[in-house]
Design a protein around this ligand. Structure first.
Ligand code: 3IO
Length: 711
């Protein structure tokens, strides 16, 4: 199925040297991978590189297949990492992708690949997100990579450079027999730009032109005594070769005159923030040309650091400021140690001036940079401080221009989402019985149950670890455990981590499996449960959740449709009342509503255009009947359900109203009834291309109704 890219975008992947490509960072990286001549690509979706998986899926049939690239949607990050072994035992290039938190999932396998060292370029495209715009844990890839001898490429936000760095990552990997992590931050993956491309290459060995056999070399097995030798070679030979490549090929860049008296060192897309702030302070122009007093060393590779390059940059400067984002501040520690070791006395600043924790957005860098520059450029100090203060003042002023604080809009379940009724029911049960269960959830849409109006994700600890997070709690607490997992996370890792663990250790818990057929939260990706593979090819397995649980020996398995409130409620109560102290499973089965609408809407539009009769159901609220108690909303949170001023001036409370985005799932009406009998909800059937008889009846009632009202 189509993911995010249209045909004209994908066609550009075959553009040749000198032609252009317009697209987002994911498309640019995929072009770079083709220019590098990869033989395999895989990964597990996660923001901010889920769109790279989309691009590969959309490009598979028209492009990647022709180039003989093996493409897989890996079961999890560890599977993806394990695939990189192809580059260890054959001279083939390949790339895999995942988000920063996936580093941990992949670690054991990546550590082995990295220790032996790949023969063909091996690149991990990691979605870096220290600003947690799409992630739960603030984390840098750098410390993880350093402990495993993985090279880290962290390009500034410039798509042309990103294309080059994607290709160079493979060269760098081969030159140093090392794994390379190419950081793709949201500022790059989600920004569109035009780039000039190169020619694609076809890998020497691939799906079409196959390798005879892998290189069998017991001397490279990661077992002692090879292990100790590999560790020695990694630090004695391989990383120095990486440094050599980085310097010789100018992967790091200097902006401004290298002998300018004031130096700034930065990395990744933090560079763009620094340049923006310098421009705001009048110390650079909008094109990034800095004031003659300032030069900037941009590290597009943050590990390994190239000692001589850094020393050369710093040694004759008056002062240098390192603008490093986040913790641990490993770049700062390394540079400080290096300066100390070489006896270089240039005053060096870092997190003593720059905020040490959190994303370095312009507003946080500006005061620090202004203070640093004003001190070093006394003749311009007044102007710099005035500009900086002006920004701060204007920010304060802007805040006062809003009459009230802006209403917070936490993310929530989509209109018609089949997961909402499950939490509504549990919330209503809690209200009616006063019994508060412990809800250990996982990573997925259902994690949003932790937000208003449910507050029902008591622990949300890592992908695939939800139920397991409650094993000790189940044993040492009197509270009942009701844990929740989605189908995507179940097949990613929870099946082993939670289910096998819970059954083996006889955990007393109710496990709710929200089976919506998609890895929905990443932007609707295929998982074993969805049917075909990401590439559209048929899957080789049967992934039946109910049978899987029964096969593992779960005695009590129930399955229900969450839109059928009464039946679901009955089964939920039954399973919770089961006194047997072991794992009980309730599967909630209904397709992700967004995905369903993506199939249903075009079909409906076609039917309407063909003059066929169609029906759409919508819910409505009778504003005269609604008393404004909002029981329909309090345990709901549907984005289509909102408030309107009451038409009745005697009723002061705003009434409930449903907008036209309603998909007619009926949950709000059910909730209103379950929470308190509510007569104001009604269902409307919108009929298109109505039959003659229907139109006749409509005209008749239009004529009769006024007469009846008058009577
Ligand atoms: O939707 C996302 O981007 C996620 O956070 C999902 C996800 C994918 N792989 C992971 C590994 C650890 C934690 C979360 C994820």
């Amino acid at each position: 199925m189509s993911h995010a890219f249209n045909t004209s975008e994908i066609d550009q992947l075959e553009h040749t040297s000198g032609q252009t490509l317009y697209g987002d960072g994911a498309l640019v990286v995929l072009k770079g991978l083709l220019e590098a001549g990869i033989s395999y690509f895989g990964g597990y979706p996660g923001a901010p590189t889920a769109n790279l998986i989309d691009a590969a899926a959309d490009a598979y049939e028209p492009v990647l297949k022709k180039y003989g690239v093996y493409v897989e949607s890996s079961a999890n990050e560890m599977s993806a990492a394990a695939m990189c072994t192809a580059s260890v035992f054959a001279p083939v290039r390949g790339a895999v992708t995942w988000k920063v938190l996936g580093n941990g999932v992949s670690t054991d396998v990546v550590d082995h690949v990295s220790q032996i060292g790949p023969l063909g370029g091996c690149v991990l495209v990691v979605g870096e997100d220290y600003g947690v715009s799409s992630t739960t844990v603030a984390q840098r890839t750098l410390p993880w990579a350093m402990k495993s001898g993985i090279i880290v490429v962290d390009p500034r936000a410039d798509q042309q450079l990103l294309l080059r760095m994607t290709r160079e990552s493979f060269e760098l990997s081969e030159a140093s027999t090392s794994v390379v992590a190419l950081l793709l931050r949201p500022q790059l993956s989600h920004a569109n730009a035009q780039v000039t491309v190169g020619d694609n290459r076809i890998g020497q060995y691939n799906v079409i032109s196959k390798l005879k056999e892998g290189i069998k070399d017991p001397a490279r097995y990661p077992l002692p005594p090879n292990t100790q030798r590999q560790e020695l070679e990694r630090y004695r030979d391989r990383l120095p070769k990486a440094r050599e490549y980085i310097v010789q090929h100018g992967l790091n860049e200097i902006f401004g005159a290298p002998d300018a008296p004031i130096g700034i060192i930065t990395h990744g897309t933090v560079f763009n923030t620094v340049m923006r702030v310098l421009a705001n302070l009048g110390l650079a122009d909008e094109d990034g040309v800095t004031d003659p007093a300032i030069s900037v060393l941009q590290l597009n590779v943050v590990y390994p650091l190239c000692d001589e390059q850094i020393i050369d940059f710093i040694k004759d400067k008056r002062e240098v400021l390192l603008v490093e984002e986040g913790q641990p501040d490993l770049m700062e520690q390394q540079i400080r140690a290096l300066l100390h070791q070489r006896g270089i006395a240039t005053p060096f600043h870092g997190h003593d001036l720059i905020p040490g924790v959190g994303e370095l957005v312009p507003g946080r860098v500006l005061p620090a940079l202004a203070q640093f520059m004003a001190r070093l450029l006394p003749d311009r100090a007044e102007a710099i401080s005035a500009t900086a203060n002006g920004y701060v003042e204007r920010q304060k002023l802007a805040a006062t221009l809003f009459p009230k604080p802006v209403t917070p809009r936490p993310p929530t379940f989509c209109t018609g989402c089949p997961e909402r009724p499950v939490f509504s029911m549990m919330k209503i049960n809690e209200m009616l019985t006063g019994q508060k269960d412990w809800h250990a959830t996982d990573v997925g849409c259902y994690g949003m149950a932790g937000l208003a109006p449910f507050h029902m994700a008591d622990s949300n600890i890592g992908m695939g670890g939800g139920l397991a997070a409650a094993t000790a709690l189940s044993a040492i607490s009197e509270q009942k455990n009701v844990s929740v997992v989605g189908d995507g996370t179940l097949w990613h890792s929870a099946l082993n981590t939670c289910v096998v663990n819970g059954l083996y250790n006889k955990q007393d818990a109710t496990y709710l499996v929200l089976d919506n057929k998609w890895t929905a939260m990443t932007g609707a990706h295929e998982n074993p449960n969805s049917g075909p593979q990401l590439t559209g090819q048929a899957s080789g397995g049967v992934f039946n959740i109910e049978r899987t649980f029964k096969g593992l020996g779960v005695k009590h398995v129930e399955k229900a449709n969450p839109y059928n409130f009464r039946d679901f409620q009955k089964k939920l109560k039954k399973i919770q009342a089961d006194p047997d102290p072991q794992l009980r499973v309730l599967i909630s089965e209904a397709e992700c509503q967004l995905q369903r609408q993506r199939t249903v809407k075009p079909m409906r539009a076609k039917a309407i255009a063909e003059g066929k009769r169609t029906e759409v159901e919508r819910l409505g609220v009778d504003e005269e009947v609604c008393v404004g108690d909002h029981s329909c909303m309090r345990v709901n949170g549907c984005p289509s359900l909102t408030l309107e001023e009451s038409p009745n001036t005697l009723k002061t409370a705003p009434v409930a109203a449903i907008d036209t985005t309603c998909v007619g799932c009926g949950v709000c009406g059910e909730i209103a009834h379950a929470a308190q009998l509510c007569p104001s909800f009604h269902k409307v059937t919108v009929v298109r291309n109505a039959s003659r008889f229907e139109r006749f009846m409509q005209r008749l009632s239009e004529r009769l109704l006024p007469a009846l009202r008058a009577a």
